[in-house]
Write a protein that binds this ligand. Sequence first.
Ligand SMILES: Nc1ncnc2c1ncn2[C@@H]1O[C@H](COP(=O)(O)OP(=O)(O)OP(=O)(O)O)[C@@H](O)[C@H]1O
Ligand SMILES: [Mg+2]
Length: 399
Amino acid sequence: MRIILFTGKGGVGKSTVASGTAALAAAEGHRTLVLSTDAAHSLADAFGTPVGAEPTEVAENLFVQQVDAQLRFEQSWAEIQGYLLSVLDTTGMDPVAAEELTVIPGAEEVLALLELRLHVLSDDWDVVVVDCAPTAETLRLLALPEALGWYMQRVFPVQQRVVKALRPVLTRAAGVPMPGGGVFEAVERLHAELDEVRTLLTGPDASVRIVLTPEAVVLAEARRAYTTLSLFGYRVDGVVANRVFPTEGADDWRAGWVMAQDAVLAEVTQSFAGLPLWRSEYLTGEPVGVAALEALARDLYDGTDPLASSGLRGPFEVVSVRSGVQLRLRLPFVTRDQVDLARSGDDLVVTVGSYRRLLALPASLARLQVSSARVDDEGVLRVSFQDPTGSTATKERAG
Ligand SMILES: Nc1ncnc2c1ncn2[C@@H]1O[C@H](COP(=O)(O)OP(=O)(O)OP(=O)(O)O)[C@@H](O)[C@H]1O
Ligand SMILES: [Mg+2]
């Protein structure tokens, strides 16, 4: 099953382009679902028809779903939250304040993405198109499964052991309710599901498309998004320039805009060299409804396959080199002074600006030592690993 996510700055046309791509895919005979995780659902507006929290058919092969993130959140989190609330209750905290404390900001959208997992399992679709929230939220969203996973993997098993050992003592001493086995099971299930979603989204069948309008501020954000998406292992397989002014018959006012847009479009071409750049004209009215959306997408993809993933590799690679093994992470636009690298146990911690990735090293790398790291001229972070056999052998003998 093909998965395509659309992201970009607020208002650039993500929902429109996502819906158009879906409408075109459906017209070409693919069983297509377009779903939004954004709390401010606008798929219903784009299609000009009411849309439910379950897949709603809007045309042949074409279904639309606006996930009720709040409901999904309550379903996945209810048991865990129930326990947390019972603990907070013993502290005499106001229940409303306690409820607020047990909600992780942004987690609702992540849990909306769990829906993807169900759709993959269902085998009902050839393609699922995801209409995401504006860039910043989407990036936080895409980073969160990993962060939550990290937390759950490390903290909960330890806590579970501690709790088991201390249960009799604690319950008597403090009157704090101990979590039942169900809570830990719920946590583990959630962790496993989030992990699956991450694997799906970074897998070979999934890609992200960045939507922009030809404006300098929008481009700047699109470039940052490209870097951050790569940092988290998502493959970007194309850029959509939307609302491009047509040149024909332009008056002075429009001619001014055409020139300004051309300058930015030249920069867009340079910035995303190697990726397809699809263009969509500024239409004379809002493209609403299946027919208008499909027409926009036909114009956009201009005869090419809207689902093609251009056979791109992900940004992340592990390569054998003469001196050992090298981990490579493509970080477009990044220079060496913007990257910070640290090793924490089996994790490699890569920080770029305000985004931090905890890269769980594969077992084959985790036992090795980092021997050097650099960012090359193409913005590829190269971390070299070497077998520390000498030192380990000594230690083992000593032990
Ligand atoms: N090429 C276009 N020509 C004319 N109008 C367009 C075009 N693309 C989008 N629009 C209109 O622009 C408005 C914003 O589009 P849309 O809702 O798709 O943006 P968005 O990026 O999803 O916004 P948000 O960040 O709020 O989710 C809508 O009214 C849409 O119909
Ligand atoms: Mg939208």
